[in-house]
Every structure is written in C-alpha cells, then in structure tokens.
Design a binder for this molecule. Structure first.
Ligand SMILES: Cc1cc2nc3c(=O)[nH]c(=O)nc-3n(C[C@H](O)[C@H](O)[C@H](O)COP(=O)(O)O)c2cc1C
Length: 303
C-alpha cells in the first residue's frame, strides 16, 4: 500500500478524498453503505448563522452528464448545528469540516467564531459564492476585493484551518484565488457549481423555480480541471480540486494538475460508496506506477 496521507494547512488527512458540501449530508446518512472513517474528510452541508428554508421546488433538474440544483443553502442554522448535530457527528473518525455561508461579512464572522469553539471540527470551508446582501447581491467570490475582505474578516476570528471555496463564475479565477490567499486562507477549494439553466419547452417555463441554478457532475470536469491547473500555479497554498469527479481516474487527473486533495459531490448520488472506491483506485494507481506516496503525484503533470 502506498502512503495516502496529505496535509491541508494544519489538517491531517489519511487520504486525499473528501466529500463535497451539500452532497453527503452530515456523513451519518452514508454509514449504512460504507465505513465513513475511511474518507479523508467530510465537508458537511452549507451552514448559515440563521435558519434558511431554501428555495421553492422544483430545485433539481437532470442535464446530459450532470445536474442543476437550486437548493438554496437550506439548513437550520449554526446554533442548531452546535446543539443537535455536532454531538452526533463529533466522534466520527475522520475530519468533519463545516461549510460556512452567509450574506453579510458579520454573518460569516459570527458563524465561523462559533464553529471555532467546537473541538472536533478542525477546519471550515468558506463558501464565498453567496450574494452579499448589503452590497447589491453580488457574490463575495466574484470580485478580488470582496473575496479578500470576507476572508480577512473570517481569518481574524477563526484560528484553525481555513479553506476558501471559489466560484467558477468569474473571468479570471486565479485573481480570486490570490485574493483569498492574501486574506489569510490556508487552502482554496474549487470549483463550486457553474451557473446554468433548463427550460421545459412544452410548458414554456423554466424547470427550476429560481430559473437559473448551479450545474455539477461529469459535464463540468474539463472546466474544473483547467481552473485547478491555473490556480495551482498561481498560489502557494494547497489547492483542493472538485467538479465532476466520478471515479479514481478523474481524481488522479486533478492531483496531477496540482490538487493536494479532491472532493466528490454529485457522484455520491449515483454511487454512495464512490468515495472509498476512489481512495482504493488512487492507491492502486500509485502502486502500479511505483509511487511510494500520493504526494509525489501532486502537480506532477508534464506540460
Ligand atoms: C445538491 C447540491 C447541494 C450543494 N450545496 C452546497 C453547499 O451547501 N455549499 C457549497 O459550497 N457547495 C454546495 N454544492 C456544490 C458542491 O459542493 C460542488 O462544489 C459541486 O457540485 C461540484 O462538484 P461535483 O461536480 O462533484 O458535484 C452543492 C451541490 C449540489 C449538487
């Protein structure tokens, strides 16, 4: 067996496979299918300061080789998480990471500060794709200034590993990645969903209640891979790659392009055991190619 250990900031992971926020619940839901302690890290659902109902239905649509979602960060808020969910998940033997969202800098800060106190949560992933309600609804993550500002603010209250999740809906993702690094991020993860749309021609209506939604799944992989490759060259902090990873081969491709770890999202809906299979597939690839450690393939792409 090859050494699959990787580090993201102070976060130590037994393998580079993580689950993507919003696609793996709080992990427990998958315990009937796999031994979830075999996953390197589980990123739980998007958590906000206050409870959010999410968007009206329909909020999912299937697309060729992918899907659109407009779930809208439905969750019961950080206080509910602390009181009811954390006690249930805190002893799961993997890194339980909370994805933090908000619509004002103060919300992000308060949520992060509360999670900072939870001993068994070693990291947060900051979702900066949410609309900044105070500044006209434009997402924090689509301007370098907005991204740096929110990351800096959270960094001032959050003392553990801070991962910042980047939106692909920008002209130059490397600029946003550098802004996150300047703001004090320990790592960046990318990509979040791509903005898309689906139409029902018979009814002459959009399929999603919100008209547009976030696209994910196999179809987005080439875009995600390209962005990971660009960002890995642009920043010094470790990059976590995701977007359309459906099998171990996709995961290896992201690592060769520069990702230190990967996340699996939509593929969990197709095969609830995919994470463990990907970890095994990476190990097998390393053994076949004579690598002793997975770290040897990070950014090993020959261009
Ligand atoms: C149903 C659904 C819910 C999601 N919820 C969140 C979320 O709460 N926070 C977040 O940062 N990303 C969320 N995402 C985005 C995923 O974490 C991931 O970035 C995206 O789906 C691309 O990866 P994939 O192609 O492997 O699914 C969600 C995606 C889906 C499909």
């Amino acid at each position: 067996m090859a050494d699959l250990n990787v580090n993201i900031g102070e976060l130590h992971m037994k393998n580079p496979v993580m689950t993507a926020s919003g696609t793996f619940g709080y992990g427990e839901e998958f315990a009937d299918f796999i031994d979830i302690s075999r996953i390197g890290g589980i990123i739980v659902k998007g958590t906000t300061l206050h409870k959010r109902e999410g968007n009206p239905y329909p909020r999912m649509a299937e697309t060729p080789s992918g899907m659109l979602n407009a779930v809208g960060l439905q969750n019961k808020g950080v206080h509910h998480f602390v009181e009811h969910i954390y006690p249930r998940i805190k002893n799961i033997k993997t890194n339980m990471i909370v994805n933090v969202s908000g619509s004002a800098i103060e919300d992000y800060m308060e949520t992060a500060a509360i999670i900072n106190e939870l001993v068994n949560i070693p990291a947060i992933e900051l979702n900066i794709s949410c609309p900044n309600v105070k500044q006209g609804g434009m997402a924090f993550g689509v301007t370098a200034k907005g991204a740096e500002e929110v990351v800096k603010a959270v960094r001032s209250v959050y003392k553990k590993t801070l991962i910042v999740k980047l939106s692909p809906n920008v002209t130059d993702i490397t600029e946003i990645a550098r802004a996150a690094e300047n703001g004090g991020a320990d790592s960046v993860s990318l990509i979040n969903t791509l903005l898309g749309m689906a139409v029902d021609a018979e009814r002459r209506r959009p399929i999603l209640s919100t008209v547009t939604g976030g696209m994910s799944g196999a179809a987005v992989k080439p875009i995600a891979l390209r962005m990971v490759w660009q960002v890995a060259k642009a920043v010094k902090i470790p990059v976590i790659g995701l977007g359309g990873i459906m099998n171990w081969k996709d995961a290896v491709e992201f690592m060769l392009a520069g990702a230190s770890a990967i996340q699996i999202g939509t593929a969990n809906f197709i095969d609830p055991a995919i994470t463990v299979k990907v970890a095994e597939g990476i190990d097998d690839y390393l053994n076949r190619h004579g690598y002793k450690s997975v770290k040897e393939i990070i950014g090993a792409l020959e261009v």
